[in-house]
Design a protein around this ligand. Structure first.
Ligand code: HEM
Length: 511
């Protein structure tokens, strides 16, 4: 088994007998994303390297151009993500977009894409902004014009949960005051990426076969039941009361009735970009091999809405936490961003409430957010399953064939921190994004690339910018006494997190 890559002339990370590289996942003091990317640093002159999980060979892509090729032009060779989540044991997660495969994925992606267009995001933005603005007013009252010390991951995940509850379900919650409301508690359990759920998620990614064999589930049973019940009650209520609101449930009900299909909105083109990092839109044909469309049942709508909590809140919270950290330790960057926000506020009717278009125009805000996503990619690696044999040429002219069924890992974080693409890569420097023609676009992939890229990039960018806008309108962010500088990462979390928290002091601006 272990001569697999030698025979194919592919450099590979030497496996520990029986365990392969899995040993390193569980025995080292390194984050799973860094363990998975080890070959990237060991073999700088190849487009791909090999590794073993237990005794199964898998690949690691080194060349961002190859990733792009696999994800766009040669998409039909790499149509799926690798996880094997069972519909029986994880009825919601297995139906959510990241984990679906084949015809179900095509159908869901084609439907959901209609809910994430620029014009839909702009309509939704008013709900997002209202939720953020109300939360910020409560925070201002809470501070009583005095500096307050806060752990920002907790704060941002509360704000994120409240915003997502509003834009997904039309449910207004206030997790700052009502700290143990059910939407927040269940949302936290849903999106948990540390402890046992994080471990299971890791196993589902690095050893999908074993995960399937052990019949494991990731989500807690009570979380499945909560969301299934919440969404079907919500749908019935809307149907009875003919309720219309620009949120996801409403859009997904329209998708179900095929009301959005082919809807052309002349607003879409100018609204399509939420900033430099916005993931490109690709058209996906939603019909199956027999030319049929699947139905959108209640459980599919539930899975879609729940997946926004699962995939969207932790990641956007991570972006906000690291942006706040960098602003706190780089006061001159913070001052420049604050000046841009103040200038934008002068142009607003009420001097307070940003619009989608105002945020779209803020150049320095976009530079700060883009650089945060580069330096601290919330999603440090993604993957593909090879669905059809694939042959390509390596740098040295040799042909390599990836066989159907093998898993391929893509080290997004390693691309972002490679000095070949980004000189002095550990330095936080928004100026890199001042001249966008200088950015090596293939290597800048915070939202992945191709047909399976992040569907929520516009929402994430607008949400992060909106929260930063309100935060810096009201507070200066300073390092708190409990903050560790430089930040120490939590190597045990499946996501990107600070080991000792994001402790900051928020100083009211009184403007
Ligand atoms: C800063 C925040 C976010 C980051 C950095 C991020 C990053 C990513 C990445 C890297 C992927 C995999 C792409 C690939 O395999 O090529 C992905 C997929 C996905 N993301 Fe995000 N994401 C964020 C926020 C969101 C939000 C807010 C939502 C939904 C509301 C969302 C929904 C999804 C979904 C559904 C997929 C799977 C797409 C598919 O398989 O077709 N993400 N995201």
């Amino acid at each position: 088994t272990y001569d697999y890559f030698e025979k194919r002339n592919v450099p590979f990370v030497k496996p520990v007998p029986f365990f392969g590289q899995v040993w390193a996942f569980f025995s080292q003091e390194k984050h799973a994303v860094d363990v998975a990317s080890e070959g990237y640093y060991l073999f700088p002159n190849t487009r791909i390297s090999g590794l073993f999980t237990l005794r199964t060979p898998a690949y690691l892509v080194h060349d961002p151009v190859l990733y792009k090729q696999m994800a766009i032009t040669d998409f039909d060779h790499f149509a799926d993500h690798v996880s094997e989540i069972s519909i029986e044991h994880d009825p919601i997660l297995a139906r959510s977009l990241f984990f679906t495969k084949g015809a179900r994925w095509r159908h869901h992606r084609a439907g959901l894409s209609q809910a994430f267009t620029g014009s839909k995001m702009r309509n939704m933005f008013s709900l997002l902004s209202k939720s953020a603005s109300e939360a910020m007013q409560r925070l201002v009252v809470f501070s009583r014009a005095e500096p307050i010390s806060m752990e920002l991951r907790d704060l941002y995940s509360r704000l994120g949960n409240d915003a997502m509850s509003s834009i997904s379900f039309g449910v207004e919650v206030d997790s700052l005051t009502d700290r143990d409301n059910e939407f927040f508690l269940k949302g936290k359990r849903l999106a948990k990426v540390d402890g046992l759920p994080g471990l299971k998620l890791l196993i589902s990614t690095i050893m999908p076969g074993l995960f399937k064999f052990l019949r494991l589930s990731v989500l807690y049973q009570d979380v499945n039941e909560f969301y299934l019940d919440a969404v079907s009650t919500n749908i019935r209520y809307r149907e009875r009361n003919a309720l219309k609101r620009p949120d996801f449930i409403h859009l997904l009900l329209q998708v179900r009735k095929n009301e959005l299909n082919g809807e052309q909105n002349e607003d879409d083109a100018p609204l399509a970009s939420a900033g430099f990092s916005t993931a490109e839109t690709h058209t996906v044909d939603g019909t199956d091999d027999a030319g049929e469309k699947l139905e959108w049942r209640d459980i599919d709508i539930t899975a879609a809405a729940a997946s926004f909590f699962f995939g969207g809140i932790e990641t956007t919270t991570t972006l906000l936490c690291f942006a706040s950290y960098e602003l706190a330790v780089n006061p001159s960057i913070q001052a420049r961003l604050r000046a841009e926000i103040d200038a934008a506020r002068n142009e607003l009717d009420d001097g307070i409430t940003p619009t989608y278009e105002v945020l779209q125009r803020m150049k320095f805000m976009d530079m700060v957010v883009s650089e945060t996503l580069r330096r601290w990619a919330p999603f440090g690696s993604t993957n593909r399953r090879c669905t059809k044999d694939y042959t390509f040429t390596n740098y040295d002219g040799t042909q390599i064939t990836i066989e159907k069924g093998l898993n391929v890992s893509i080290p997004l974080k390693a691309f972002h921190l490679d000095e070949k693409y980004f000189p002095d890569p550990l330095r936080f420097d928004p100026e890199r994004f001042s001249d966008l023609t200088q950015i090596k676009q293939d290597a800048y992939v915070p939202f992945g690339t191709g047909l399976r890229n992040c569907i929520g990039s516009r929402l994430a960018l607008m949400q992060a910018k909106c929260f930063l806008f309100y935060m810096l309108s009201n507070f200066a962010i300073e390092p708190g006494p409990k903050l560790t500088i430089p930040i120490v990462l939590d190597e045990t979390s499946a996501g990107l997190n600070a080991k000792h928290g994001f402790w900051m002091t928020l100083v009211p601006r009184n403007v």
